[in-house]
Design a protein around this ligand. Structure first.
Ligand code: SF4
Length: 380
């Protein structure tokens, strides 16, 4: 039952007004960046995140108002280290970066010469920069020459509004192919980097690829590569090394998620009138109730990707939800969705027809027998 004040915003008539009501009419929508869009793809089952992002809610402020502020993000040291590594990779007119792209993704092409083209992408505001980037991409494709676009600005329409995205680099090959390059400061040891970090980089790159595809759609001879280049420090040095990453799967998941964002209307339609996530006009209790009104799909991975993770984890733990134990445990337990149900099944009180409950009961019996026999051995 809703307990929202009667002075709530007047009945919205359009999706834009409805979303503004959820965010707080005086609160500007928070623009989505590639990291946020990529995080959506990391947890495609979460309606809560899809709705909050679609409405442009400031999840950081919301998490703080809920009493569970987010605690992730890069340290200042990591940011400085990352910036200095990126500058090194792009130094000397991008010669090393282009050499890596040529060696890993296009060895049959003519090698990039010493004076590869690096167009100036300066313009006023994100709209101006994205228009300048689109022009540079067109010119580079027509020139059929290696070109490095350093921090281009790409536009992608998300839930009816443009999101402006800034990849580390896009390289245009002589054959008209465009490659997204992600430069990260985590190390690649013996040619392999941390799988979770590579996965996050791949999801982020997939967002850039989707944005680039919007531009290529109108341009003859251009094609966006579905293999991106990940550049990292080699082993424990500061020397760059690279690895191609196939992002086809991440691209399709992200695309589905973005389509889903454009249907936030359906999610919003299930919520009571007057509900709002605005910390400035709602009490903590009202915000807790508002957040609980939208289904979530908490998993421990949320801790590295979503501002609401601590709040959702507390809720999942309070409800005894097995999702708090990880997706693999959740998958193994099938129809048993709470710790209470799993413990009941282990004790033999679960549904006899359920194979998961039967397996749990059998495992608990075997464990008890093993403990008994080892205790008897110790006592003998
Ligand atoms: S932390 Fe909560 S809102 Fe964010 S993705 Fe996870 S379940 Fe969804």
């Amino acid at each position: 039952m809703s307990s929202y004040p009667p002075s709530s915003p007047a009945q919205p008539t359009t999706l834009r007004q409805r979303l503004a009501g959820l965010r707080g009419p005086a609160v500007p929508p928070r623009p989505l960046d590639a990291r946020a869009l990529a995080a959506l793809a990391a947890n495609p089952g979460c309606g809560r995140r899809a709705l909050l992002d679609g409405a442009g809610v400031d999840k950081n402020a919301l998490a703080t108002a809920l009493g569970s502020p987010a605690a992730f993000g890069q340290s200042q040291f990591a940011i400085v280290r990352g910036n200095s590594f990126e500058a090194k990779v792009k130094g000397d007119g991008g010669a090393e970066l282009l050499r890596l792209v040529h060696a890993h993704l296009d060895p049959a092409a003519e090698p990039p010469g010493a004076g590869a083209h690096v167009p100036d992408l300066t313009a006023a505001g994100p709209e101006g920069r994205s228009a300048r980037t689109a022009l540079a991409l067109r010119e580079a494709t027509a020139a059929k020459a290696w070109t490095l676009l350093d921090h281009p600005m790409l536009a992608l329409e998300v839930a009816g509004s443009p999101a402006y995205l800034e990849p580390d680099a896009v390289v245009v090959h002589p054959d008209g192919r465009w490659t997204v390059v992600e430069i990260k400061s985590f190390p690649m040891i013996d040619g392999a980097a941390d799988a979770a970090k590579v996965g996050a980089a791949a999801r982020q790159a997939a967002v850039y690829v989707l944005a680039l595809e919007k531009t290529t759609g109108k341009l003859a001879g251009a094609e966006v590569g579905h293999t991106v280049l990940l550049v990292c420090p080699k082993d424990f040095s500061n020397l760059p090394t690279a690895s191609p990453v196939d992002i086809r799967r991440e691209r399709s998941v992200t695309r589905r998620q973005l389509d889903r964002l454009t249907r936030v209307e359906e999610l919003a339609a299930t919520l009571p009138e007057g509900l709002s996530f605005d910390p400035a006009t709602r009490t903590t209790e009202e915000l807790v109730e508002a957040v609980s009104a939208v289904d979530a799909a908490y998993a421990p991975e949320c801790l590295a990707a979503c501002e609401l993770a601590f709040h959702c984890r507390d809720r999942a733990r309070t409800a005894g939800a097995v999702t708090a134990l990880g997706r693999s445990v959740r998958g193994e337990l099938g129809a048993l969705t709470t710790v209470e149900e799993a413990l009941a099944a282990a004790s033999g009180a679960g549904c006899a027809e359920d194979p998961t409950a039967a397996a749990l009961h059998r495992a608990a019996r075997l464990r008890a027998e093993a403990l008994e026999s080892s205790a008897a051995e110790v006592g003998a």
